[in-house]
Design a protein around this ligand. Sequence first.
Ligand SMILES: Cc1cc2nc3c(=O)[nH]c(=O)nc-3n(C[C@H](O)[C@H](O)[C@H](O)COP(=O)(O)OP(=O)(O)OC[C@H]3O[C@@H](n4cnc5c(N)ncnc54)[C@H](O)[C@@H]3O)c2cc1C
Length: 337
Amino acid sequence: MEKNIMVFLEYKKGKLQDVSKELLSKARTLAKKLGSKVLGLAVGYNLKNLPELGEYGADKIIYVSNKELSLYRSLPFAKVVISAILHYKPYIVLFGATHVGRDLAPRVASNLQLGLTADCTELKIGDYRAGKILYKDQLLQIRPAWGGNIIATIVSPESIPSMATVREGVIAIDEITPGKKADVEEFCVEFSKQELLTEIIEQSIEEKDVDLKGAKIVIGAGMGAADDHIMELIFNLAKLLKAEVGGSRPIIDAGYLSPHRQIGQTGVTIRPNLYIAMGISGQIQHLVGIMNSKRIIAINKDPEAPIFEVAHYRIVGDLKDVLPMMIKAYKGILKKS
Ligand SMILES: Cc1cc2nc3c(=O)[nH]c(=O)nc-3n(C[C@H](O)[C@H](O)[C@H](O)COP(=O)(O)OP(=O)(O)OC[C@H]3O[C@@H](n4cnc5c(N)ncnc54)[C@H](O)[C@@H]3O)c2cc1C
């Protein structure tokens, strides 16, 4: 049996979303381990540059093209994915844990009576033993569980294909293979009137005011920075460092930053070269969003704050004192250079 991996490719306004590139990249690594192929499932209308997705890791693109699929609608998209799974019989199916993926994957899983692990932060291939039975080549679906207090590895050995949604930004896009082309195969799905009951009259996408995922330096503000003067200093420092500003959930809830800036389990996952945690205690729900940062500097007035356990550099002090010193120091460095 071929153990191919199908990746649902998500498009917005004709543009392939980063999470799909991340999934193709991961699928390529997993497929290598299984000796299998990566099948990208592209659903839409007039989608461009499909063979080029070979560069990210797709061996074949299954293209379902129909005007009715120009914009996402639950019923027709679910029918397409279900039909594609029944026809191509993949061993693993991956979706981004986006609004679309979180709507689509459970519909497909429930229709086909399959297991589904939501919001994975890592995927691996490995064996799983249950008593005397050894299940080989399982998709190990790894995600925080119990409010983020444990990291669970979930398998669904009796349910094939294994299905998972994966958080945006947790998987790095590996180097692309320039010039590698994927085969494109058209796959036709017909819809009944009932499946097209809803009509989208208008779609407006709220643009994000910040790109935390792509930022090289991110400053994270926590409740220790819940003060207008401190926030002003943080934005001043960010300007000097060409950094983006994100924050913990409570500081967002307190209205100091827009929701797009939330970092963590229910926010964005970042992977900057440098993360500076300012007045953040370091609860697991925040840490899962920053654990891929290359270097972490933490500033906190509590020397026992858990953030110090994951920080590479620790500054114990009050932000009101430390921030002006940092700004002065960086201004000095910039002047000299
Ligand atoms: C299901 C669920 C999902 C969640 N998702 C997220 C998420 O996505 N992201 C997230 O961040 N949280 C999330 N949380 C909340 C999380 O559990 C923590 O409550 C939160 O991360 C704490 O935020 P904080 O560190 O800013 O605040 P606090 O825990 O209150 O920490 C404030 C820190 O600031 C320090 N401090 C105070 N004043 C100063 C000062 N003047 N100078 C220096 N340091 C100072 C304190 O010593 C303290 O360590 C979630 C919780 C749940 C249950």
